[in-house]
Design a protein around this ligand. Sequence first.
Ligand code: ATP
Length: 346
Amino acid sequence: MVTSVESLLEMKNIKKSFNQNHVLKGIDFEVKPGEVHVLLGENGAGKSTLIKILTGAYYKDFGEIFWEGKPVQVHNPVDAMKLGIATIYQELNVIPELKVYENIFLGREIKLGGKMSLLNYKKMRKEAERCLELLGQSPELADKQLGELGIGQQQLVEIAKALALDAKLIIMDEPTSSLSSTEVEQLYLCVEQLKAKGIAIVFISHRLEEIRRMGDRITILRDGFKISTLPVKTTETDYWIELMVGRALEEKFPKQSFTLGKEGFRVEDLLVEGTSEPVNFTIRYGEIVGISGLVGAGRTELARAIFGADKCQFGKIFIDGIQVQIKSPRDAINAGIAFITERQEK
Ligand SMILES: Nc1ncnc2c1ncn2[C@@H]1O[C@H](COP(=O)(O)OP(=O)(O)OP(=O)(O)O)[C@@H](O)[C@H]1O
């Protein structure tokens, strides 16, 4: 008989409610060593709640968790850490003023022993170098001050921290949302190295090309139910989306012919706090204009300034060719501008 690869993690029939809100309604989720397992679902599908149960931030109402085939209880983050579960959050948990190796051992410093409890810097540095090398990084990185590194490298330091803890499963929650394209490539390479060492990765992402490139299997959640677990390579992206949203996709982008109207909105030399370059753009009636940039590039600040929620330092706004003064959201609403904000974190 051919036996399948043993599971690293099995979550069975996991249920969780917050008061009357049944968020997880009996989820099964399995991860094998050395695989990248993607969790996909619309906002509110229950991905974060499932992960928080796994990492000990929440406790399940019902269900079982098996780790390397044995039943386990994860009551708190320390339980998860002891099993070998590490999480890389979007907001990195690092101290810029410290060196890379000090960050890697933050809170778990290696002591020299003896009464003075002095720290064993040499050992920490050496161990940090080993973890960085496992990720394909230069060992010299261990001695750099963390604040001098870009976000991508800081994230790799978080992953090195997970390795120093002997993590067997690393959870990455939207890890590429703050990274430049070069940094994303570096993360892909690092994930390959982790996989080669048998470390499993649970990857939460909405970016379908990224899932296609990195994922081995994908589990799709919808409204607190597990809809399906599929191999990434042999299934179509449209099929994942259908399962995620719960309907067929014939109408994804219905063909339309459309003529754009005249200019309705114009921004001239708008200088927003925190950005160095003034912004200029126009929007015609019937047109959708996207504002793109990495996290921290000033996208939200620009939208807030246009809506009068933040002060802009300089610049002009025109509606139908007439300059308007927007000093508050009330001014913006009176001028016919509405603002749908990004989702508030709970
Ligand atoms: N601490 C909490 N108290 C009450 N309700 C909560 C809590 N945490 C999550 N929820 C609710 O659980 C549901 C699932 O949320 P969850 O964050 O797990 O979804 P998600 O799939 O991770 O979504 P997203 O992609 O937006 O992060 C939502 O309706 C949310 O409002």
